[in-house]
Design a protein around this ligand. Structure first.
Ligand SMILES: [Zn+2]
Length: 496
C-alpha cells in the first residue's frame, strides 16, 4: 500500500516517493506576521500537520521548514503607519503565532526561518541570477527576474504563454499581483526612505534595498536544505491555493534558474480556502475568526481539528456555527470513548476488539494513503467508537492491538477533546456547605465544589443576577474549571 498525493504540477494524484528515502524535505509557506493569523491560515497549517503526521506514521523522516515572513510590502506599510520598525511590529505576532500553533496542537516545524535573518543567502541568489542573465537591474536600482528567459514559466499555474509580458514594458514591483498581470517580477527593491525608516534596508553589491516577497522562500529553503543535506530540490512544498500564482510560480522560476535543476520541489500541494458562513473571510465583512477567538469561546482544539479534517484539504471548507457545534459534540464523544476504552484496557484483545482494530487500521491507512482523505479516516475512527462502545457494553476488553489502532488514528488526527466533562446534576444534601471561595484541597472534593458552584450559577442566572454569574465563572476558571453554557440551557463543567 503506497502513499499517493495530489501534485499541483501535474494536477494528478500520484504515488509519492522522496528523492532520498526515508528522508522527506518539506517546506511550507508560513504566516506573514503583521497581525494575528486567522482560522483560514490555520486551515492550511492544519493540512500541513496532517501531512507531516501521516508521513511520519508511515516511516518517513521529515525535515520540516516553515518560514515566517517578517518583511514585505504590507509589513513595511503597517510599520510606517504606526511609526515603528518592522522588528517592533512583528515581535508580538510571532509570539502569538507560536501560542496559536501550540493551542491547535500543531507539530512544531524543525526550522522557522525569518526572512530578515536570511538576507545574505537572498543577496547571493540575486547575484547568481544577475550573473547568469536571468535577472536585470532597472534604472531605479531594483532587480527583476526576466520571465522571458525562463522557458517553463507558467507551468505550475498553467498560464497562457501568449499573455506573458517581459521586459521594461511588463514589470511588476509589488509583492502581490494577479494572473492577468504576469510579467517580470521584482527580486530586490531599491531602498526607499520609508524602508530605511522601518529598518527594512540592507546593503548588497547591486545596491542597498530589500528582498521581494517571492525571493524569500526560495533563498531560505535552498539555504537550509543545502546546508543540512547538500540538496537543491525539495520533496514537497505546500501552501494555500492563493499562492499558486504568482508566489509559487516565481519561487520555481528563480530557484531553478539559480540551481539549474528542472524542479524546485517535486511535489506541490495546496490547501483550499476556508469561508466563514459562506463568505470569504475579510475585514470588509468583519468575519475574521482567529484561533484565539475560538479559544476564548471555550472551543476545544480537538473540535477545531475535527471540523477542519471533516472536509478534504482540496475542498472549500465552510465554517458555520452549526458545523462548529457538531464538531464539538463529535470531539467530546471521542474524548468520552477514549476514557472508557483506556480504563477497560487489558493484556490481550478480546475477539471483538481484535476485529475492530484490524478494520480501523486498514480503513484508516487506506483513506490516508489516498491523498490524505481525512473525512474517510475520521469515519473509520467513529465506526471504531460505535463498535467499541457496543463491545464494552458486552463486557469485551481491548488489548494491545486495539490500543495500537487507536493510537495510530488518534495520533494523526488528534481530534479528541481532552478536557474531562463533569455533569451538573440535581443538588445533593449539604451542598451549600461546599460554596466556599477556596476549593477543598483533595482533587476529588474539588469536583464536587465546582459542580455545586455551577448549580448555584444556574440559579443566580435565573434571577438575572449576571454579575454574580460572571463572578462564579471567574472563580472556577481561577481553579482550572471551565463552565460551558449549552444551547439547551443546561451547563457543563470541564476540568482543564
Ligand atoms: Zn512562500
Amino acid at each position: 500500500m503506497t502513499l499517493r498525493l495530489h501534485n499541483t504540477l501535474t494536477r494528478r494524484v500520484e504515488p509519492f516517493a522522496p528523492l532520498v528515502p526515508p528522508r522527506v524535505t518539506l517546506y511550507s509557506c508560513g504566516p506573514t506576521v503583521w497581525n494575528y493569523a486567522h482560522i483560514g491560515n490555520f486551515r492550511n497549517f492544519l493540512f500541513v500537520d496532517l501531512l507531516r503526521r501521516w508521513l511520519e506514521a508511515s516511516g518517513f523522516e521529515v525535515y520540516h521548514i516553515m518560514n515566517l515572513t517578517d518583511v514585505d510590502d504590507r509589513i513595511i506599510k503597517e510599520a510606517g503607519a504606526r511609526s515603528i520598525t518592522i522588528q517592533a511590529l512583528v515581535a508580538p505576532f510571532i509570539t502569538a503565532f507560536y501560542e496559536d500553533r501550540d493551542f491547535l496542537r500543531l507539530t512544531p516545524a524543525h526550522s522557522y526561518p525569518r526572512a530578515t535573518e536570511f538576507v545574505e543567502p537572498m543577496v547571493r541568489l540575486v547575484s547568481g541570477l544577475l550573473d547568469n542573465g536571468s535577472a536585470y537591474q532597472s534604472d531605479d536600482g531594483s532587480v527583476y527576474f526576466a520571465i522571458g528567459r525562463f522557458p517553463s514559466y507558467g507551468r505550475l499555474s498553467q498560464l497562457d504563454k501568449r499573455e506573458l509580458k517581459s521586459g521594461a514594458s511588463g514589470r511588476v514591483s509589488s509583492d502581490e499581483y494577479d494572473k492577468e498581470n504576469a510579467r517580470d517580477f521584482v527580486l530586490w527593491k531599491a531602498a526607499k526612505p520609508e524602508d530605511e525608516a522601518a529598518g527594512a534596508a540592507w546593503d548588497a553589491p547591486f545596491g542597498r534595498g530589500r528582498p521581494g516577497w517571492h525571493l524569500e522562500c526560495s533563498a531560505m529553503a535552498l539555504e537550509l536544505i543545502g546546508a543540512r543535506f547538500g540538496a537543491k530540490v525539495l520533496d514537497i512544498h505546500t501552501g494555500g491555493v492563493d499562492l499558486i500564482f504568482p508566489h509559487h510560480e516565481d519561487e520555481i522560476a528563480q530557484s531553478c534558474a539559480f540551481t539549474g535543476e528542472p524542479e524546485f520541489a517535486r511535489v506541490w500541494m495546496h490547501a483550499e480556502f476556508l469561508n466563514v458562513r459562506g463568505t470569504k473571510m475579510s475585514k470588509r465583512f468583519g468575519n475574521i475568526t482567529t484561533p484565539r477567538d475560538l479559544r476564548q469561546d471555550g472551543v476545544d482544539p480537538g473540535a477545531i481539528r475535527l471540523l477542519v479534517y471533516q472536509t478534504h484539504y482540496r475542498q472549500r471548507l465552510d465554517l458555520t456555527d452549526e458545523a462548529l457545534a457538531a464538531a464539538r459534540e463529535g470531539s467530546r464523544r471521542l474524548g468520552e470513548f477514549a476514557r472508557r476504552f483506556h480504563a477497560a484496557a487489558s493484556g490481550s484483545d478480546s475477539p471483538g476488539f481484535t476485529g475492530a482494530a484490524e478494520r480501523l487500521t486498514g480503513d484508516f491507512s487506506t483513506a490516508m494513503n489516498d491523498d490524505l482523505n481525512a473525512p474517510r479516516a475520521l469515519a473509520a475512527l467513529f465506526d471504531f467508537v460505535t463498535d467499541g462502545n457496543r463491545l464494552l457494553d458486552q463486557g469485551e476488553r481491548p488489548g494491545p492491538a486495539a490500543l495500537a489502532a487507536w493510537k495510530l488514528a488518534d495520533g494523526v488526527l488528534d481530534a479528541t477533546t481532552q478536557s474531562e466533562i463533569l455533569e451538573v446534576r440535581a443538588a445533593t444534601p449539604g451542598e451549600e456547605a461546599n460554596l466556599t471561595d477556596l476549593p477543598p484541597s483533595r482533587p476529588a472534593d474539588q469536583e464536587a465544589w465546582a459542580l455545586a458552584w455551577a448549580r448555584r450559577r444556574l440559579e443566580v442566572k435565573k434571577r438575572r443576577d449576571f454579575p454574580e454569574a460572571d463572578r462564579i465563572r471567574a472563580l472556577l476558571a481561577g481553579h482550572g474549571f471551565e463552565i460551558r453554557d449549552r444551547k439547551d440551557g443546561s451547563v457543563e463543567v470541564a476540568r482543564k
